[in-house]
Design a protein around this ligand. Structure first.
Ligand code: ADP
Ligand code: MG
Ligand code: ZN
Length: 473
């Protein structure tokens, strides 16, 4: 079966857990991974008589999200969204309904495509249930366990317009959104811990025709599953239409292991949430001064940071763009900028940051990174040696790179030793040398490899090539 003649239409609803110290309406700790049911109180357990108090920092983070997504930040209201589920002890969720905090924005993908943002509103998270049994879902479970630590954790739900047209594009949107949310300090971006959860609305149509009936795939928790689920779902819908059937609007779940979506509930079973204004909270009307203060303190967003690095490198080829994307994604751009300001070549600093630095292993200090790149650029250290020095700086970030190089036995080869080694290598490989002399430049790499092996990586690749060129005449 193919998608030939059809277009996929996607709108995403992304739930982002805010990185606050405490929950949205009480003082309980907001932390992932604590012992179950230890961060709870009468408010987030929904005990009678308890009253919510809005967390100011959560509102600030929500506003930052709105500003980063070019939304209008507006006076808003909280509503009760009523339904029963064991992980929601109050039997209603405090959310925003027809007066959300942020409305009408946009997000630009790295390729320049603009995706509309319908709204980004505040709400509280539910508790977390774990269903024991082979299905992992409530149906067929032998027991269910509930942890209320997550109950009342602040969330912002970001709803997009149905502007995406493929699984790949939806994935790019989710990745860029995640980068923006992390850049404004709203989240740690750990999808696998559920700090960003994605619902994908998917429909198909013949191009130019009105939108088709959509299905909503719930709770995708990795970029890879998001793309796979959308591609599977779009194909399923096309197959149904091609077989002369109709699409039923429904909520579906994604089975990662089986690689398919399945029915959760149909439209007829859809909840009637009976929204009504939350009587225990006053309207949320951010003061103008505060809004201005937040706007003034907005950090540079990923798109701007990528452009800054490209400008610094004076290049915009795809290879450089890929390195730049990696570096900004890992928050390494400040190191590259510092090294460049200290005189290191930007392109080399960029390549070393993208390929050799790993925050989980430890990062070098700005000056140590800058110095290592400068030593490599001047030829004092070979590429191999510079990488080894960076490896050591991971655990000893402020060490002097020259001292580390010495410790690793990376004294520079004397010119004499280098020349004798090259002569020996050429003598041992006469055929390759003949081909190189006849103009097969690729063999330079072969000789560098041999010289490196003979000198245990101490030779400088550029010096080897210079000598080869000189000998070729
Ligand atoms: P609901 O409140 O039922 O979730 P919304 O109108 O708020 O419905 O839409 C939710 C999401 O579904 C939005 O992201 C929107 O862009 C997307 N969406 C709406 N219609 C379609 C469609 N026909 N195909 C794909 N996505 C759609
Ligand atoms: Mg929805
Ligand atoms: Zn609490």
């Amino acid at each position: 079966m193919s998608m030939e003649g059809y277009e996929t239409v996607i709108g995403l609803e992304v739930h982002c857990e805010l990185k606050t110290a405490s929950k949205l309406f009480c003082g309980c700790r907001n932390a992932f991974g604590d012992a179950p049911n230890t961060n709870v109180c009468p408010v987030c357990l929904g005990l009678p008589g308890s009253l919510p108090v809005l967390n100011r920092h959560a509102v600030e983070l929500a506003i930052r999200i709105g500003l980063a997504l070019n939304c209008a930040v507006k006076p808003s209201n909280f509503h009760r969204k009523n339904y029963f589920y064991p992980d929601m002890p109050k039997d209603y969720q405090i959310s925003q309904y027809d007066e959300p905090l942020n409305e009408g924005g946009s997000l630009e993908l790295p390729d320049g495509t603009v995706i509309g943002i319908t709204r980004a509103h505040m709400e509280e998270d539910t508790g977390k249930s774990t269903h024991l049994g082979s299905s992992g879902r409530i149906h067929g479970a032998e027991n269910s366990l509930i942890d209320y630590n997550r109950s009342g954790v602040p969330l912002v739900e970001i709803v997009s317009e149905p502007d995406m047209r493929s699984g790949v594009q939806a994935r790019a949107y989710a990745a860029e959104l995640r980068a923006i949310l992390m850049a404004v300090g709203a989240t740690d971006g750990r999808l696998e811990e559920g700090s960003m959860r994605i619902d994908a609305n998917v429909s198909v149509r013949k191009p130019g025709k009105p939108f088709g009936t959509r299905c909503e795939i719930k709770n995708l928790n990795s970029l890879r599953s998001l793309q796979r689920a959308i591609e599977y779902e779009a194909q399923r819908q096309v197959n149904l239409l091609e077989a002369g059937e109709r699409i039923a609007q429904e909520t579906r779940h994604w089975d990662e292991a089986a690689g398919r979506t399945g029915t959760m509930r149909s439209k007829e079973e859809a909840y009637d949430y009976r929204y009504f204004p939350e009587p225990d909270l006053v309207p949320l009307v951010p003061e103008e001064d505060w809004l201005a203060e937040i706007a003034a303190s907005m950090p540079a967003l990923p798109k701007q940071r990528r452009q800054n690095l490209l400008d610094l490198c004076g290049a915009d080829d795809q290879a450089t763009k890929d390195l730049v994307a990696t570096v900004v994604d890992r928050d390494l751009d400040p190191l590259v900028i510092e090294a460049t300001l200290a005189g290191a070549p930007a392109a080399l600093a960029l390549a070393r940051a993208a390929n050799e630095l790993d925050a989980t292993a430890g990062l070098p200090s700005g000056p140590s990174f800058a110095r290592t790149v400068a030593l490599e650029a001047s030829g004092t250290l070979s590429a191999t040696q510079a990488k080894a020095v960076l490896g050591v700086l991971a655990t000893r970030p402020t060490d002097d790179p020259e001292a580390v190089a010495k410790e690793l036995g990376f004294e520079q080869l004397s010119d004499d030793t280098l020349l004798t080694t090259i002569a020996a290598v050429l003598e041992a490989n006469p055929e390759e040398w003949a081909r190189y002399r006849d103009g097969d430049d690729k063999l330079a790499q072969f000789f560098i490899g041999k010289v490196m092996a003979a000198t245990k990586g101490k030779a400088n690749g550029k010096a080897v090539v210079a000598e080869l060129v000189a000998r070729r005449g």
